[in-house]
Design a protein. Structure first.
Length: 489
């Protein structure tokens, strides 16, 4: 029985060694990727690259350029129109006008016509409405760009999260490997049984699977980040870590972050940011453009009851004839002004006006509903980001306790005092603690990115002076200046 069991530890150790080599090669591959990538990529750089190169965004920009040309198409009805025409006629004596005594007819006629609409309310309304429509389309592109920025930021943060988790899982595997070595020593000393070795080997295999899963997650997130930046899927990417200090926006300023523990201050922050979001929202700007277009349409439908259409037509006609009789050349010209006014259209004018009134009322109501929805979204987003910001601190406390507990149990296990179950539990708590810190940090950053999307203000992409001014205003909003004469608490 002993002779059959003796080779097994060496085989298992060989398998563990191969796994270590595999993990080392994995780390080397990521290091080579970083070397190939050159400078490290920051969150700001990643989003700016997405803004410049994302294919979906580029397609929307080209579509907007096409939409802009519709303004020119509508404006054409307000500009002069010139038509040219020519006609040549050659008739033999069999087809000529015999009543005039002509045996043959050869003539050339040239015409030029000029038409200008001096005033037409419907044409002017269409032109103004199209400009408002285009203004709304510009804001729609801005809204789409904000979504692309959020996609790029989330892809960056998810890749960084995956790399951190990979490092933690690999470190946890190394701890298990060290514990396996310790177990072999304890078994050799007679302080433990072979079952402890088997339990650690089982744990090591489970750790190998976790490391491999984490490695696959890195690749998947790298593919996504490269997609949103319009790069080759396998392009190497080396990340510059995103920190709360650099990308924490309102939470990165200590004077503000410390006061948010008070629910009243947290609510005042949300009140202020709701006003910022409403002022900057491209979705509301789209509705404002739509309302402006509806108001112009209503004005046109009201003017239709009393404003006529005035057009000017001018033309010149030259005829040259060479017949059997006398030859002659004749030029005629004329100018004509036309004033037209549809007096009655079967009630159509009333229906058009009433419909315009209802459409305008509907759009104004829709804007009020959108303001309400946006306000709720901003409040929910920053309530979530405030919660996850505090969770980062909770996770760090959890990790600190888990680390101290693991150090104590690990020392006791080495001395043969604590059991393998005690050490396994302590190691698992340490792993959970480390993962909790990473997940809490990146959950917060992603929640904050979502909140910044709601207010249409990505702080890390804005000029520092503008961000500083906003934070100063917010600080004054939630931390009122003391009234002279009042005691400072």
């Amino acid at each position: 029985m002993v002779s059959r069991m003796n080779p097994r530890p060496s085989v298992r150790r060989l398998g563990a060694s191969l796994a270590v080599v595999l993990m080392a090669l994995t780390l080397d591959s990521f290091a080579l990727a970083e070397d190939a990538a050159g400078e490290k990529l920051s969150l700001t750089d990643a989003t700016r690259q997405a803004i410049a190169s994302n294919l979906d965004l580029l397609a929307q920009r080209r579509a907007l350029a096409a939409d802009q040309e519709e303004i020119g198409q509508v404006r054409a009805a307000l500009l002069p129109r010139v038509d040219l025409g020519a006609q040549a006629q050659f008739l033999d004596d069999d087809r000529s006008d015999s009543s005039r005594g002509n045996n043959k007819d050869e003539s050339v006629q040239v015409q030029a016509m000029l038409s200008q609409t001096l005033y037409d309310e419907e044409s002017w309304a269409s032109f103004d409405i199209q400009k408002h429509t285009y203004a709304g389309q510009v804001e729609q592109l801005q809204s789409f760009e904000l979504e692309i920025i959020q996609d790029a930021a989330n892809a960056f943060l998810e890749l960084e999260r995956a790399e951190k988790i990979f490092e933690i899982q690999l470190q946890n595997r190394e701890i298990t490997s060290d514990n396996l070595d310790t177990s072999h020593s304890l078994v050799a000393a007679g302080w433990s049984g072979e079952q402890d070795n088997l339990r650690w080997e089982n744990q090591l295999a489970s750790n190998d699977a976790s490391v491999r899963e984490a490695q696959a997650r890195i690749l998947q997130q790298r593919f996504e980040l490269n997609r949103v930046r319009n790069l080759a899927p396998e392009a190497a990417t080396s990340l510059l870590p995103a920190t709360i200090e650099e990308y924490g926006f309102v939470y990165a300023r200590d004077a503000i972050a410390k006061t948010l523990i008070d629910p009243a201050n947290d609510r005042r922050m949300r009140d202020y940011l709701v006003r910022v979001g409403i002022r900057r929202s491209p979705n509301l700007a789209v509705l404002d453009a739509t309302i402006a277009a509806a108001k112009r349409q209503l004005t046109a439908s009201r003017r239709a009851f009393w404003v006529p259409t005035l057009t000017l037509n001018a033309g010149i006609d030259h005829l040259a004839n060479n017949g059997s009789g006398d030859d002659y050349n004749e030029t005629e010209w004329g100018v004509k002004g036309v004033l037209s006014f549809p007096l009655f259209e079967g009630g159509g004018k009333f229906a058009t006006r009433d419909r315009s009134v209802e459409i305008l009322a509907s759009q104004r109501t829709e804007r009020m509903a959108t303001v309400r929805t946006l306000s709720q979204s901003i409040r929910s987003a920053f309530a979530q980001s405030s919660a996850t910001f505090e969770s980062v601190g909770f996770a760090k406390r959890q990790l600190d306790a888990a680390q101290r507990n693991f150090d104590l149990v690990d020392a006791s296990y080495t001395l043969g005092v604590d059991s393998i179950l005690d050490l396994l539990d302590a190691q698992q708590q340490l792993l959970v603690g480390e993962l909790s810190v990473v997940n809490a940090t990146y959950d917060f950053l992603e929640d904050l990115i979502a909140a910044e999307r709601e207010i249409s203000f990505y702080a890390y992409l804005q000029p520092p002076a503008e961000v500083g001014a906003l934070l100063d205003d917010l600080e004054r909003e939630i931390i009122p200046e003391p009234v002279p004469g009042e005691a400072t608490p």
